[in-house]
Design a protein around this ligand. Structure first.
Ligand code: SF4
Length: 406
């Protein structure tokens, strides 16, 4: 499962449906739908897409009575498709009303996400929070205390700011906000426990959209409790920004053993796949050697030494070939996700990199002989030439997989 020496922070194990989070369990990938939950078919279809991409827990918004009433029907459809992925309900503002009035529907959810900044103000805050926790206790459901600095408990923040202003050397605003995020998460969790929710029913998240602050907050909270931590950079953005910012935020934490479950919050492209966030989450874990999901292709960027775009085409061709074949390989060749392949553009780093891979090819660069040596398990096995180097390499790859993972 893992090829690194990361010392995971010790945390409680929390069961969400059949998925275990925290303890010694692998880091779990989550995602969230962006459909109107009450549109049962659309929501079910997107859950199926996210599940097929590899999401192990899926959250849906539960913002009104139609949404919560849709949950049993969505679950029924998923059962018919033999998909048993835990579904989490995301509650804000009216969660106390929905959970108490529709507890018969809420029981089909596998976890409730509660945002302590959105449960109500003044004397209603504790009352509303308590009623949600009581439903969780009655239905034996885990919860996530999901604090987000975009919807931080404003009363708690005001208290903290007042206290800060009295200090001889007041802290910076960002520092006070980060402290409030942590305090809100921990105080809400303790309060939930005092109402009767067991410790092993609580997961915490503290989401911010600034990478350095997010890392700081998680480093601090990881030392203050043993609840499992759900990691994610909130509002990461779209495209390259969302991917790079999320990777930079999660990478240092995961390498330090912090984080039991992750979500990458990408803005979905118009007509794009929602499941791209799952692909990115898998790649983050794979890049760190924490979990492997599909064979890894190392390829060089190419440069003036590459004589044509053949090398780029081959690198993409192999990548696509792996993605297309992975569903059947996964069934037939357990462990194939650990395979390392390299596709290199010339003799400078080609042979060396190929030797680090299980199977590698070094294409001819500008001015080199038109031949492509193939390395298997560190040794040069064969030299390809002619018009179909790509086809020949795929055949060698297939034979290797059959032999090694059968
Ligand atoms: S391996 Fe060769 S082609 Fe690829 S980047 Fe290095 S020098 Fe350029």
């Amino acid at each position: 499962m893992s090829d690194n020496n990361i010392n995971r922070r010790k945390s409680n194990e929390v069961c969400i449906g059949d998925v275990k989070v925290g303890g010694n369990n692998p880091i779990v990938i989550q995602s969230m739908t962006d459909t109107n939950t009450s549109e049962i078919d659309k929501t079910t279809n997107q859950i199926v897409e996210l599940f097929n991409a590899g999401s192990e827990i899926i959250r849906v918004t539960v913002n009104d009575s139609e949404a919560i009433k849709a949950v049993p029907y969505i679950k029924e459809k998923l059962n018919k498709l033999d998909i048993n992925v835990p579904i989490v309900g995301d509650f804000h503002f009216n969660g106390h009303i929905l959970l108490t009035k529709y507890s018969n529907d809420a029981k089909y959810l596998d976890k409730f996400r509660i945002n302590p900044g959105n449960v109500g103000k003044q004397n209603k805050k504790d009352k509303n929070f308590s009623s949600m926790i009581e439903v969780a206790c009655d239905l034996d459901k885990p919860i996530r205390i999901g604090v987000n600095w975009g919807s931080l408990d404003q009363e708690l923040l005001a208290e903290k700011l007042d206290a800060n202003n009295l200090l001889k050397t007041p802290k910076l605003l960002d520092e006070v906000i980060c402290e409030t995020v942590i305090d809100s998460a921990l105080a809400s969790s303790k309060f939930a426990e005092s109402i009767g929710l067991k410790k092993n029913k609580i997961i915490i998240s503290c989401k911010l959209s600034k990478v350095n602050l997010l890392i700081d907050v998680y480093q601090k909270i990881s030392k203050l409790c043993d609840y499992p931590l759900h990691l994610g950079l909130t509002e990461a953005g779209s495209n390259e920004r969302g991917i790079v910012y999320s990777a930079c935020a999660l990478g240092p934490l995961l390498l330090n053993g912090i984080g039991d479950t992750i979500r990458v919050s990408l803005t979905t492209d118009i007509n794009g796949r929602r499941s791209k966030e799952v692909d990115v989450a898998k790649l983050i874990l794979q890049s760190l050697g924490i979990r492997y999901f599909l064979p890894d292709v190392t390829s060089c960027p190419g440069c003036g030494r590459t004589s044509s775009d053949y090398f780029q085409k081959l690198a993409f061709d192999i990548d696509n070939y792996i993605k297309d074949n992975m569903p059947s390989w996964k069934q037939n060749y357990p462990g194939v996700e650990n395979l390392k392949i390299s596709v290199m553009g010339c003799v400078v780093n080609g042979p060396g990199e190929s030797k680090h891979a299980d199977i590698g090819i070094s294409l001819p660069g500008r001015g080199e002989n038109p031949i492509a040596p193939v390395y298997i398990d560190g040794k040069k096995e064969i030299t390809l030439e002619g018009n179909d180097i790509s086809g020949d390499f795929k055949k060698i790859l297939n034979d290797y997989i059959k032999k090694k993972y059968n």
